[in-house]
Design a protein around this ligand. Structure first.
Ligand code: AP5
Length: 211
């Protein structure tokens, strides 16, 4: 299964990706997580990405495309992958199509998580992320229930940055929905309600599409 998750910030892409990747036994590749891991290590890539992420802007395509192209050469992607947060504009979608066409391994589906802005703002302003393993939490907990590390608020989860991320999504990312609809790959599901119900709905829709 080669799957793309599409949806605005806070739609629950990361949350659903963990369950879907486990269900389909494929690696979860999140460009945001890769940038944050690099930042934690203090690499030049991480420092470069931070200047864009902190403002809610997209990291330049040249940097992001090269990073994803390299990641897709790793052996664990041989039987598929789940891309979370990439592509994020039509140019990235075209680059991905070209990379996969060369390998003769096209995308199977693009799963859109649909949600209203008011719910996004509520979720993101309350979100806490684990410094150790990156797990996300909806509430005001202090320690991660998976690894025990401290939780923190992401710099880009401040109110003014959330507003800019939503604008960037509408202007630059939303057009990829039409792109994947045109390719016959789009599946849209509502992203509100119980997390397990959303996962079950996604698995049903994906299994139907691939049968
Ligand atoms: P990235 O890390 O990809 O952030 P994002 O797309 O803004 O997505 P989020 O991680 O904020 O939200 P999510 O949809 O994963 O939701 P989550 O599951 O956490 O990107 C960050 C930045 O990196 C970008 O702004 C950009 O600068 C850069 N970047 C990344 N990719 C790039 C690319 N391709 N090109 C250029 N730049 C790039 O859930 C949110 C909250 O809601 C959590 O607290 C969660 O617990 C809660 N929640 C989840 N599901 C539910 C539910 N059903 N009900 C109630 N609460 C829920």
């Amino acid at each position: 299964m080669r799957l793309i998750l599409v949806g605005p910030p806070g739609a629950g892409k990361g949350t659903q990706a963990v369950h879907l990747a486990a269900h389909f036994s494929i690696p979860h590749i999140s460009t945001g997580d890769i940038f944050r891991a690099n930042l934690k290590e203090g690499t030049p890539l991480g420092l470069q990405a931070k200047s864009y992420m902190d403002k809610g802007e997209l990291v330049p395509d040249s940097v992001t495309n090269a990073m994803v192209k390299d990641r897709l050469t790793h052996a664990d992607t041989a039987n598929g992958f789940l891309l979370d947060g990439f592509p994020r504009n039509v140019a990235q979608a075209e680059v991905l199509r070209a990379i996969l066409a060369e390998k003769k391994t096209p995308i199977d589906a693009a799963l859109e998580l649909s949600i209203e802005n008011a719910e996004i703002i509520k979720r993101l302003s309350g979100r806490r992320t684990c410094r150790g393993c990156g797990k996300v939490f909806p509430g005001q907990l202090e320690k991660c229930d998976a690894c025990g590390a401290e939780l923190y608020q992401r710099d880009d989860d401040k109110e003014e940055v959330i507003a800019r991320r939503l604008e960037v999504y509408a202007e630059q990312t939303a057009p990829i929905i039409a792109f994947y609809r045109h390719e016959g790959l789009l599946i849209t599901i509502p992203a509100v309600g119980d997390v397990a119900d959303i996962t079950a709905g996604a698995i049903r829709a994906l299994s139907q599409k691939l049968s």
